[in-house]
Design a protein around this ligand. Structure first.
Ligand code: PLP
Ligand code: COI
Length: 354
């Protein structure tokens, strides 16, 4: 793929690591390519980061045809920059595209343009502990008509943001509220796709949780309203006695790449991991009987995030005394060790950019 490059005339000063937070700063450039049925994916370009024009009738503004991905580039101790399982994000993006009838991107092209863009912005990958370059590929339907019809035109973009920890708590346990009224997704809907609409549907419960001082919402299934699904920006795992339980991929939750990686790492460490239905009642009983040893969330932005407190229908439950548990800590150490290139990647998950 031929990628046109237009360099910025006004490079920005890079922020201090301590100021990073999540998604507040952006690199100097962004990647764009467009799709139409006649030309396929075309006009690939890396241009200065900034606002762009969009037609007021563009599909995405009215009917929400938008999908995205999230992955990271990491600065290794030897100064090189690597991504973590980028092909998984590319495949999931194509699954999301299939669900929303947006055009898919052939894997080799998606990989080529992602790598070229990350190589171009690699200087922006921070090196302080716990920091990385968060990559946000996204795609939207871009037809200039209000008629509801099969999408013809689309735009694909990648932006990048140097980040620190997602939660203000860092690796300290977060407080999560189990939502009992709103639902995020149902089987047959778009829950398994990474589309903007899922997050829009989550806003009301998320706002309620924040107002009560919780970091995020833990969703229950939309049909029975009793099975644990996932948190706003991460999948969840619970250690009940010596079994690590994570909700099965039933179609309404995101098949997280961190989730998949955690399962492999945990099984390799000899833990019993079950992907199955887990009801909120079973969780309550495990808590009451002292069997719920640890709980954590996992996601690209959230990494491995211990859950120290759950609130369900105004009842508050503390987990592991609100402290990070040994299994959570060891999982965090192994996964981040691989991601930052500090321990050997025996899984073949890392992808060297430059
Ligand atoms: N679930 C939701 C709703 C998310 O937004 C994310 C974040 O991407 C995840 C789970 C975790 O997915 P991954 O590990 O691929 O980042
Ligand atoms: C990610 O972890 O990449 C996400 O997409 C989370 C995001 C909703 C903040």
């Amino acid at each position: 793929m031929n990628i046109r490059i237009e360099k910025t005339a006004t490079p920005k000063t890079k922020p201090e690591a301590s100021a990073l937070g999540f998604g507040k700063y952006f690199t100097d450039h962004m990647f764009i390519m467009d799709y139409d049925p006649e030309n396929g994916w075309h006009d690939a370009r890396i241009v200065p980061f900034g606002s762009f024009e969009i037609h007021p009738a563009s599909t995405v503004l009215h009917y929400g045809a938008e999908i995205f991905e999230g992955l990271k580039a990491y600065r290794r101790p030897d100064g090189k920059v690597q991504m973590f399982r980028p092909i998984e994000n590319i495949r999931r993006m194509n699954d999301s595209a299939e669900r929303l009838c947006l055009p898919q991107i052939p894997e080799d092209i998606a990989m080529e343009v992602l790598t070229a863009f990350v190589a171009h912005e690699a200087d922006w990958t921070p090196s302080a502990p716990g920091t990385s370059l968060y990559l946000r590929p996204f795609m939207f339907g871009n037809d200039e008509t209000l008629g509801l019809h099969t999408i013809q035109n689309a735009r694909y973009m990648i932006i990048a943001s140097p980040v620190g920890s997602y939660y203000k708590e860092g690796i300290n346990p977060v407080r999560i509220m189990i939502e009992s009224e709103d639902v995020r997704a149902v089987k047959g809907g778009t829950g398994y796709a990474k589309c903007g609409g899922n997050y829009a549907a989550s806003n009301r419960a998320g706002m309620k949780a924040e107002q009560k001082g919780y970091s995020q919402v833990l969703w229950l299934d939309g049909v029975h309203r009793k099975y644990i699904e996932e948190v706003g920006a991460m999948n969840v795992m619970f250690m009940i006695d010596d079994e690590i339980v994570t909700p099965a991929l039933t179609g309404s939750i995101l098949p997280g790449i961190t989730r998949k990686s955690c399962i492999e790492v945990l099984k390799n460490k000899g833990y019993k991991v079950s992907e199955r239905l887990l009801s909120v009642d079973e969780l309550g009983e495990a808590l009451a009987q002292g069997k719920l040893k640890e709980a954590w969330g996992c996601g690209t932005a959230a990494v491995v995030s211990p859950i120290g407190e759950l609130c369900y229908k105004d009842q508050v439950y503390k987990i592991n005394d609100g402290k990070i548990g040994d299994v959570t800590q060891s999982l965090y150490d192994t996964l981040t060790g691989i991601q930052w290139g500090k321990i050997e990647d025996t899984y073949g998950w890392t992808y060297l950019v430059k």
